[in-house]
Write a protein that binds this ligand. Sequence first.
Ligand SMILES: Cc1cc2nc3c(=O)[nH]c(=O)nc-3n(C[C@H](O)[C@H](O)[C@H](O)COP(=O)(O)O)c2cc1C
Length: 358
Amino acid sequence: MNTFGTLFRITTFGESHGPGIGVVVDGCPAGLALTAADIQAALDRRRPGQSDLTTPRKEADQVEMQSGIFEGYTTGTPISLFIRNQDQHSHDYSHIEHAYRPSHADYTYDQKYGRRDYRGGGRSSARETAARVAAGAVAQKLLAQHGIQVSSYVSQVGAVAVPVGYEQLDLGLIESNPVRCPHPETAARMAELIRQTRDRHDTVGGLVTGVVRGVPAGLGEPVFDKLHSELGRAMLSINAVKGFEYGSGFAGVHLFGSEHNDAFYTDEAGQVRTRTNHSGGIQGGISNGQDIYFRVAFKPVATILQPQATINDQGEAISLAGRGRHDPCVLPRAVPIVDAMTSLVLADMLLRARANRA
Ligand SMILES: Cc1cc2nc3c(=O)[nH]c(=O)nc-3n(C[C@H](O)[C@H](O)[C@H](O)COP(=O)(O)O)c2cc1C
């Protein structure tokens, strides 16, 4: 399926080497102030060539708004956003026409479809995520109107990790460095590790931490499409993602119930709050009004500029080395993708919550 969401719905289309990539956003309410600049700002955070830490590939990623907006406001009709491909360099890909790149999607696409666009991976290319980022910017505008703020940042690259939790960070610093890590000392060490990895013609993975503030209690669904299961599905649908955890996550198994329980209290303003937030702002699949936070693990991506043993589509052993321009670490560019997928889930749940009570 190329569609995501229930009431706030997106369908993405396009390949890395076709005319472009696009998205149709269905179900966005009318009357939301929206300009191309809102969407462009998000795309500029994802596009290649932003710093020496990302691929030097140049894609301007200019968004064209083709429908759904009139005089600066959404009209309630499908919003169609298109991003033309510019820097395709098809000749970079001839060496992989018949090869199965290790840990990429070539073999599995051949098994499923029996044919594939080998130039840059077609639909398996993370270029598709540009469409999600464009749609996510629309969702983020809707959330902002309801006081919901979505942010995410790089919290680990390889073994270099931010030593404190998100509550102790100034999330206003995320854009203060090219790594998108709001802990400047750690960001510098991460940048150094990414440069060393690039110079060794290798790749390195890491973690993105997502934080959502201002979520009212009551968003989410009780059984299969719990708020955290939808967030997990959204994150695990991003290229190169290997893991998702929210709240205390896997580390919670080290605590006893007496330590893990989030005690309720009512604050001076009469708001229901919890003293700790191991639940990650979600209980029974529904937001409880506390911050939502989660972590997403990205693998070291597959294309490395050094020879690797693999096979071709005839099953013959070959040696393959990546060519061209690739990210040594996709974490800095993954941040706006995590923001987008988070915003899409929450916008959908916001609209669904309106249908919950008489
Ligand atoms: C922003 C971003 C950029 C990526 N760039 C590359 C790349 O340059 N080379 C590569 O091998 N994989 C890259 N990937 C990952 C592949 O798209 C992904 O590993 C591949 O489609 C196989 O899917 P899987 O890893 O989810 O199983 C990138 C992922 C993201 C999120």
